[in-house]
Design a protein. Structure first.
Length: 138
């Protein structure tokens, strides 16, 4: 069995952004040479998420509005922010959206269902962060 690791780096302009990263993950898969296996895509920061869904602007806006209702940005609202931080909401948003995804690799391709794409969701941006792509298989 082989393994391959690639890190993707992001430095968003805004506090919250949703970025389709499917093509970057596909490039890593091609570089790995792996034909059959699994591809793990993991947000390496506790205020960011990786998820799979449809690449539809209305859906992405719905996610953002939904998450902002559940965990609105507020410096005063979260006990975590008493440490001098201002990102208590980002930690909760990340927990709701998840840390990572795993996609099957079949015949050298990501084995998606219809419309599925991989996204990086940033909830406390404007600084350098990374996503790990780890591919294992043969």
């Amino acid at each position: 069995m082989k393994s391959y690791t690639k890190h993707l780096w992001f430095n968003t302009k805004n506090r919250r952004e949703y970025i389709k990263i499917t093509s970057e993950v596909e490039k890593a898969l091609q570089a790995s040479g792996i034909q059959e296996g699994l591809c793990l895509v993991n947000a390496m920061h506790i205020t960011a998420s990786v998820y799979i869904n449809d690449n539809e602007r209305g859906l992405i806006q719905d996610y953002d509005e939904f998450l902002e209702k559940l965990a609105p940005f507020s410096v005063e609202k979260y006990r975590h922010n008493r440490t001098g931080e201002d990102n208590g909401d980002a930690h909760i948003k990340r927990q709701l959206m998840g840390r990572e995804v795993v996609v099957a690799v079949t015949k050298g391709k990501l084995d998606f269902g219809p419309w599925e794409q991989i996204f990086y969701a940033e909830f406390d941006g404007r600084r350098k962060k990374r996503v790990m792509v780890k591919i294992i298989g043969e």
